[in-house]
Write a new protein. Structure first.
Length: 41
């Protein structure tokens, strides 16, 4: 389900900047995990 940052912020009762920062960090961590798993194959 696609939601905007604003919708997520409202649903979680978190500041918009916090939501954006946490999602940025999560995407960055996923990219690093995927990259490292690709290197081990």
């Amino acid at each position: 389900e696609e939601k905007s940052y604003e919708e997520i912020s409202e649903e979680l009762n978190l500041p918009l900047g916090t939501v954006k920062a946490q999602l940025f960090r999560a995407r960055d961590m996923m990219a690093k995990v995927l990259e490292s798993s690709r290197e081990t194959i």
